[in-house]
Design a protein around this ligand. Structure first.
Ligand SMILES: C[S@@+](CC[C@H](N)C(=O)[O-])C[C@H]1O[C@@H](n2cnc3c(N)ncnc32)[C@H](O)[C@@H]1O
Length: 230
């Protein structure tokens, strides 16, 4: 993404931030370095993929996905904030990285957890800020990832390094309990399914990009999900 495009995205982002921190959960759009790592699975030799991007914001990661898209790929972009989807639509219509690919991309203004279907996508790339959500919503989102991914599909997300730990000292009892529950939910997932983790220091704030592969048996055999019973 060019500096001009990054600047436009950043102004949009800051404009939306004022009223919506609890949904956006970031102080700036992700860096190009983070966006590149988020598209790790789309690089190199591969078959056509059905891709879902969740929480696209102003489209920093969407642009990288667009750059990696091949004939036969399909991309659904789900973003809850209509101001962002409006902005994204303009980017998709106008920016050269999306030229000739517009017919392969669908923008959906909705919460990820409301998207219907089972085993719909080969890869999910998510910018959802799990650490600021209520733990019930985090559980719902993790189950949605599982439901929407094909068995063996890949799930990529990022989280700010130390985000939960940094909130702890300033948190009241209620917030500490929420952070504890999220750490447990996410931690079990990561322990069970993560196969690659990359630190991205050139980002505000620095972040981990996590890559998980859900096992082929999760839905087919009804093997207990890491999030079950929490
Ligand atoms: C941390 S920002 C990430 C934006 C962008 N992917 C980036 O890396 O710069 C999170 C985005 O998720 C969106 N969001 C929050 N809750 C959502 C939900 N339940 N479903 C879909 N999008 C959601 C917010 O509106 C925001 O644009």
């Amino acid at each position: 993404m060019s500096l001009r495009h990054y600047w436009q995205a950043a102004s949009q982002f800051v404009g939306a931030l004022g009223t919506n921190y609890k949904q956006i959960g970031a102080i700036a759009p992700s860096s190009r370095f983070l966006a590149r790592e988020m598209t790790f699975h789309l690089r190199g030799e591969r078959r056509p993929l059905r891709i879902l991007e969740a929480g696209a914001g102003t489209g920093v990661v969407t642009v990288e996905i667009g750059r990696q898209m091949r004939p036969g790929d399909w991309l659904d972009v789900v973003e809850i904030n209509p101001k962002f989807t409006e902005f994204l639509q303009k980017r998709i219509d106008l920016e050269t990285v999306f030229a000739g690919k517009q017919q392969q991309i669908r923008l959906i203004t909705a919460g990820l957890e409301t998207i219907p279907g089972d085993s719909v996508y080969d890869a999910i790339i998510s910018g959802l800020p799990l650490n600021i959500f209520p733990s019930g919503l985090v559980r719902q989102i993790l189950k949605t990832y599982e439901r929407l991914l094909v068995p063996g599909g890949t799930l990529t997300w990022f989280e700010y390094i130390g985000a939960r730990q940094m909130q702890q000292p300033f948190a009241n009892k209620h917030k500490r309990l929420r952070l504890f529950r999220i750490a447990r939910l996410v931690g079990e997932y990561v322990q069970a399914y993560q196969f690659r983790r990359k630190s991205i220091l050139v980002n505000l704030p620095p972040a981990f990009v996590r890559h998980l592969r859900l096992p082929k048996t999760v839905q087919a055999n009804g093997v207990q999900h890491p999030s079950a019973g929490l």
